[in-house]
Design a protein around this ligand. Sequence first.
Ligand code: BTN
Length: 260
Amino acid sequence: MDEQALHNALIDLAIPQIHYFEETDSTNERALALAAQGAHEFTLVIAERQTAGRGRFGRRWETAAGASLAFTLILHPSYEELERLGLFSFLGAVAICLAIEALCETKPQVKWPNDVLLGGQKTAGVLAETTWHGNKLDGLVVGMGINLLPGSVPPASEVMFPATCIQTHCDYPMVRLEFLASALNHLVFWRSKILSTEFLEAYHARLAFIGQQVTLIPTEGKSVNGKLIGIDQSGKIILMMEDGNEIAYPIGDLRLRVAS
Ligand code: BTN
């Protein structure tokens, strides 16, 4: 990526500093270190290649140079936002969806909590992480990995969920810097409205599998089956159990349930 072109593409956005790496371990790792050193809100870390890109639940995330986007934004949640940090990973997913809708005129969906799907296949993932100093939050980072061009799609044998790239679903040529600027623009816009009803509505309007039977695979313990109802104010997923009770779950991996 041409660093000057990167700066030019983002010139109109409220980004105080850009840290660009041809190669780094993980933009989230770099961003967490910068946040702990006091980096400002909306500081951007972006890399062409990651040697230790990571996904949710400690999974690996591959970044194909020239074809994908891998970047992380540093944020400083306010005192009121601390109660609902889960919403910050939604922010990345909503921003990516809006960029796809703006540049591609196609309809993405979000697989809770923050996988972006096109045609039911994953085209982007978001990983939000925090760094703490004792019980004081030093910063929160929102890392986004986007499969933009065909070379970015990992082989089927390497992924847990079918993958695709945005270009495959789009008639217009996708330009990485243009997509990046659009996603960041949407993210900056919604960041100040993260606790608003409008933000939850923007997320909910794109939520996949509503009304369908799903399986939620927790980090520990048994999977649960239920009908997907929606999300609550803090971003937990609400499932309706067979007995009609609705239960909100804070974390897990969601799958559409295949009738047996
Ligand atoms: C997931 O779907 O599991 C989340 C994937 C998040 C990947 C991005 S790429 C940029 C940032 N740096 C990382 O190490 N991970 C995130």
